[in-house]
Write a protein that binds this ligand. Sequence first.
Ligand code: PMP
Length: 320
Amino acid sequence: MVLPLHAYFKGKIVPYEQAKVGVLTHALNYGTAVFAGMRGYWNPEQEQLYIFRPLDHYRRFLNSAKIMNMELDHTPESLTQITVELLRADGYQRDIYIRPLAFKADEAIGVKLHDLQDEISIVAMPFDRYVTRDTDAHVTISSWRRVDDNAIPARGKISGTYANSALIKTDAIRAGFDEALVLNQDGHLSEGSAMNIFMLRDGVIVTPPITDNILEGITRRTVIELVREELKLPLVERSIDRTEVYLCDEFFMTGTAAQITAVTRVDFRPIGKGVMGPVTARLRQLFDDVVRGRHPKYSHWNTPVYAKETQKELKTVIPG
Ligand code: PMP
């Protein structure tokens, strides 16, 4: 993986090498950090880099921080503004991934959330595909369970939670699968290791509700809107049983990194005809147009990095 060029660190944009923390940092020892993961998409015709839904990502970021008792003196708008400035310093003309992190920065022993210093860092680096077989993934059902809202809230993007995702992912990869689907404490499907899930069954798109221990995915929300508005297909949010996946017609996973990944086999059983279905294929195309700023109806989701207007617009909404 290519390292970032710059970092937003301690309130400034600095060369990435200067953004360092000590080994005793609270977040590194106890997982007391929250993060976001956004993508920037390059549009070669317009010579523009578009950040996809940064305000929504930062809203969730600040919500995650709230769960972890952090006091960050920022708004979604101010964080978006900093991200635009960082990306201008980087000067990328390609697809990228953006990683904001808010962490308990004290170098101190003691498991707690209160009376600790909170810091923010943001970095961005070149990024392409996350799931290699994104048109024909083979997934398994993990033997691990998803963290419960009463243990570590899955709806927040909390660093410590990702020990759960890492256990899930590594077992799946070592067993020869591309990903794993995870059951929640009730035995219903929640999501993948870092992606939300959707199935098409008898003409209806189904996805688990946000109360089934899932991350409240921005791509999930995007897909729900595109399914209803553009595909005009019925969509319901309800719990999904394990065996429904074996019997569905199409299945796909959504996430900033995974984008829309078609799943064509689950535990050696073909889904539908065992190849990517037409609904998934259409959604993938639609999604790519939307994120690259080629669909005017959804241009409010694209924040341009290199347009002069960007800064002006954002400045007007930053308080103070
Ligand atoms: N679930 C988990 C556990 C994730 O880590 C992610 C990636 N952020 C997602 C779902 C997808 O969320 P989003 O579409 O907001 O990236």
